[in-house]
Write a protein that binds this ligand. Sequence first.
Ligand code: FAD
Length: 521
Amino acid sequence: MPQEILIQVTPEIASNESLLRDFVSKNIKIGIADIQQVVILKRSIDARQKAIKINLKLRIYTKGEPFQETKIELPDYPSVANAQEVIVVGAGPAGLFAALQLVELGLKPIVLERGKDVKGRRRDLKAINRDHIVNEDSNYCFGEGGAGTYSDGKLYTRSKKRGDVTRILELLVAFGATPDILVEAHPHIGTNKLPQIIQDIREKIIECGGEVLFDTRVTDILTKDNEIEGVVTHKGEIILANKLILATGHSARDIYELLDRKKIFIEAKPFALGVRAEHPQSLIDKIQYSCDYRGEHLPPAPYSIVKQVGGRGMYSFCMCPGGVIAPCATSPGEVVTNGWSPSKRDQATANSGIVIELKLEDFKPFAKFGALAGMEFQKSIEQKAWHLAGETQKVPAQRMVDFVQNKVSTEIPKTSYVPGTTSVEMGQVFPGFLSQILREGFSEFGKSMKGYLTNDAILHAPESRTSSPVRIPRDGITFEHLQIKGLYPCGEGAGYAGGIISAAIDGEKCALMIAESLHKQ
Ligand code: FAD
């Protein structure tokens, strides 16, 4: 039987196969020549001590023990060209993984996506970055792969269901992601690698007989006697099916408005909102690794911080080491920030959303919008920020200490946010209570992470699309909408996921529920 061991080694040993074998040989007292294979099962960084260590879980095969390289393969997908059709609206992680699961279960997905394919999207990302033009159907949130395509591709989730998480990670590996994501404690893929994986998923769906239609925005949902009949697209085309997975993400405001207009039950949901902070990566390395230079064997350091301030949680969100701040607006007349990183995370700056939990009562000034009150609150801040920064895709920015001291920054250095920044006192962007909590919170962060509170850090506003401001409620067992039979609210936009992995898991679950309900008929 191969032996499994837990060890702690230096970053240098962890990244060098021959040094690692040497270490193992001494550690378990086997001659180097007797070691056939050392397989890394788990890898994490322990930065709690002055000398940083890498925790490794290893499986050691000695000579003569049967060893076979694990090959992760795709499931045997059947042809579904003539199978029962299911409409999937949205080709984000929820929609794509729902479609794949439908195929696996012998059902034919018809995926309708308002945006372009991954390649076509690039032109629109360039236009928003360079020319300040926002395409309402193709941007950092909309298009093939959804909001996760041009992201950091962080693949960790708070989901305790390890089996579900592993299944999604293994599918990603089978579609071309590095197998390292199965081993790392905090895996990520990177903006440069995600598009090819997403394209391969789409090609597999089509190869099996499913359909994927781009430039196809759903503008109406057809129902009869509270049952789904189909959808209407912006071209006026009617597509009929009595099962519909609605996976349109947290930024599809027109879908929430449509449901509200049609009196299909939705409800306001609390979310979080704040700013995106950017520090030099070398400073974050210094704080997290307690050293002047992280060296060649450690990755750019991430951070994660949470504090209770004024009775609310204030926390880092979607932190991107070695990354870039992206313009994530989905309509003209608003600005929104988020972040991405390439797979090597080799940019000079580290950015993170720093956000505060909102409560339903915060949306009171927008009460006349009913279930859309939170969405209108969110929109009002994005529009105010757009106005204050000069009515382009430039965002309001302020140095961190200046913000805490309520001082307008005299100048803002160039940041990674390509459209540019305008020096604005952030207090003008947010309601007073939020600015107050952010100010206190940054002072608290500075006490826990020495060096974090610095004028070398630049705040960009707003970070407002952290999760959905609306929930589309569904039955906890069947996953069907509470009122409309055949409608399956899915993923982040419905309020049932937050992040790539949980959205993909939710997509698979909705597909499974549809198969189960068809089986019972
Ligand atoms: P989405 O990904 O939002 O997909 C919804 C899709 O529906 C979109 O493609 C949209 O075009 C389409 N759609 C909307 N309305 C219609 C309509 N009317 N008709 C047809 N199609 C429609 N999460 C992580 O876990 N890790 C990260 O590193 C990470 N980084 C991020 C970086 C950025 C810049 C952004 C914007 C998000 C990031 N996220 C990250 C969040 C993550 O992308 C989302 O949680 C995830 O994509 C949600 O998946 P989803 O499928 O539910 O929705």
